[in-house]
Design a protein around this ligand. Sequence first.
Ligand SMILES: Nc1ncnc2c1ncn2[C@@H]1O[C@H](COP(=O)(O)OP(=O)(O)O)[C@@H](O)[C@H]1O
Ligand SMILES: [Mg+2]
Length: 355
Amino acid sequence: MSKAKLSSEEINDMKDLANLSRNDIESRFKISGKKGKEGTTFVAIGNSGKEYAIKLFKATKSYKKIHDEAEYQKLAAVYGISPRVFAVNTKTKYIVMEKLEETIVDYMRRKYPEQGSTKPLTNEQQLRIIEICEKLDCAKVVQNDGNPLNLMLNKNGTIMVIDFGFAKAIDKKVLQKRGPEPNINLTLWHIHRQLRFYKITGPLLEERVSSYMKNKPSWNTTTITKCENAEEAKKKAKKKAKKKKDIKVEEATVEEEAKKKAKKKAKKKKDIEVKGATKAEDVEKKAKKIRKKAKKKEKKRVETDDETDDETDDEIDDEIEQRKKDTNTLDARLRRNEEKREKRLKEKRKQKNKR
Ligand SMILES: Nc1ncnc2c1ncn2[C@@H]1O[C@H](COP(=O)(O)OP(=O)(O)O)[C@@H](O)[C@H]1O
Ligand SMILES: [Mg+2]
């Protein structure tokens, strides 16, 4: 049984599923996927109702090979990149493990159903496949069978690696021959080559493989990516993925907000400029108009003033003239009257003297 902790439900289910005959398996359970080269995988249901995968090997397969395959898978499972192993039955020759949903090939066919269509892996999927290979190195196992049918998705859509039938332990000899990352050199190399057969594309996988191959001369001096404690690594990866997702959403929102703000600011600035220009223009026009009007008014006023002045002067002159005339006339009349009166008085005196 696996060293990884089993839940009470799993322990209970294994009481039945760990001790089956070939006939039990073949008659009770349905085949998952296709009949494999080394055996057939069935979907078994435990007493709890939980589903499991049972890989039933050929009856001729050696006990040692089954044991090794199960052991390598357990090492990988610790890093959260392979299904957990719940039971190994070397007598009937099968292993019981976590059930996965579908192969990456079936998934991509479902996603891109058109025949002959290119099926691009998402960046996340590509990075996960690279991560699987890096963690296989940490687990010190070369999976060594980069068939895309050995990449499966679990219920959460997370890619997992299965089938440790050709797996080997990473020892000094392997490191010498394959460099510090044997799973990039072997497993990922095969994965990226064989994905082409299914028209599944993954440029990040190509890049990772080719840059590793280019660095071959420095393999001796290169150190492997620091491998963390498996459980810690698992937790960290989960946290990181969540954070990455959150940051992405946040970044998108912040960027959008900033864009909106900048747009608004630019619009406002433009409006102000236009408004300012219009206002300045208007003011200038108005000022011009006022100046013109004032000038005209002033001109008119000067002209009018001149005219008024002239008129007034003439009038005064006329009046003076008239008054002068009047005065002359009056004087003359007064003088004439005086003269008449004096004449009359003289005649009166003359008559008086005559008498
Ligand atoms: N854990 C699992 N859950 C569900 N199906 C599985 C599981 N493991 C294997 N299978 C199915 O069985 C097929 C063959 O399994 P695999 O281990 O690759 O056998 P082989 O050694 O014959 O290639 C896979 O492609 C998949 O369809
Ligand atoms: Mg296989």
